[in-house]
Design a protein around this ligand. Sequence first.
Ligand SMILES: NC(=O)c1ccc[n+]([C@@H]2O[C@H](COP(=O)([O-])OP(=O)(O)OC[C@H]3O[C@@H](n4cnc5c(N)ncnc54)[C@H](O)[C@@H]3O)[C@@H](O)[C@H]2O)c1
Length: 331
Amino acid sequence: MLKVAIVGMGGIGRTHARHYSSNPDAQLVAVCDIIKERADAAAQQFGAKAYYSVDEMLKNEEFEAASVASAGVENGGDHYEPTMQLLEAGKHTLTEKPISNNIEHAREMVAKAREKGVKFGIDLNHRFTHMAERLKTMQNDGALGEVLFINMALWINNPNESSPWFHIRALHPHSIDVMRFFGGDIRRVQCFMHKGPGRTIWSNLSMNVQFASGAVGHLTGSYDASGHHPIERCEVGGSKGRAIIENVFQRLEFMPRDSPEKTVFEQGIMGGMGSFDDTFKNRIYKFVEQVNADEPLTASGEEGLAAQEVVEAAIRSHENGTVEEVPGIKN
Ligand SMILES: NC(=O)c1ccc[n+]([C@@H]2O[C@H](COP(=O)([O-])OP(=O)(O)OC[C@H]3O[C@@H](n4cnc5c(N)ncnc54)[C@H](O)[C@@H]3O)[C@@H](O)[C@H]2O)c1
């Protein structure tokens, strides 16, 4: 039984709490928020102890793992401090995306986890779906052949105007992570951005990437889209076939190059994933399973950092009109 704590009891911290509470292999023992009412309400709802500072929680509570669901500037500015405190104390930690809006902080977090020998994961939940897993299995079995191109899109409605880079830093760790899941490391990036009507932030983007393998990719992103219609699409083109995941987990199509027959997997109504909330459940259950089994984490801190390095390269590209290399990636 994994004893867990959660830092940050806003909507997403409470989502983590629901999924730890329903997991038979985890026990939620503590919740922490600097806003006392939030910690108290969550403690009462989930039968855990309330704390109002991470220090106080670390001194008084025994647990092995924790989620960090703070937010802050660009939804990641507050992750650094509690994550570093938890990693320093030797706690396996699952931090919300973006790993951080500050790339130096993100690098330090990954280095700290390595130094302390603890597991560090990021909630890149968009790839924790049965359709993404099925396509990954098909890819590993050779059905796609060599990946040649990836076309990704992630569009939602978010009117937040807090920072020029809010859209790319807060949202696109998800889409870049899905691209990396199927295409591997991204080596070069070029990005254009556009402001939607009445907006002051760069709420639309078009990004070209080249993977370390040489394959090419594209990402369309928007915070000026509908919240009612599909939010995501991922197309992976390979030398032996092409696959499309529609709307995170709703449908997977596979079109082999050498046959006119298309294979379609569709989400049924009597099981499988029910809603986007299940991506959190799958991600959190995998974290618990891998910590309990002492296995390396899927969607690790390293992978969260790699996605954020691509985000930062895209910002540099947009500002300078350049093609940017992603640091640390070899051919
Ligand atoms: N994975 C996803 O699909 C997904 C979706 C939405 C949001 N998110 C992420 O979830 C995170 C949280 O989002 P939210 O909407 O719940 O934010 P929120 O602002 O409502 O809640 C964050 C809470 O963290 C608390 N907090 C901040 N620093 C703290 C600290 N050092 N110690 C204790 N408490 C602290 C704040 O007081 C606040 O109550 C963000 O990083 C966001 O990017 C992820």
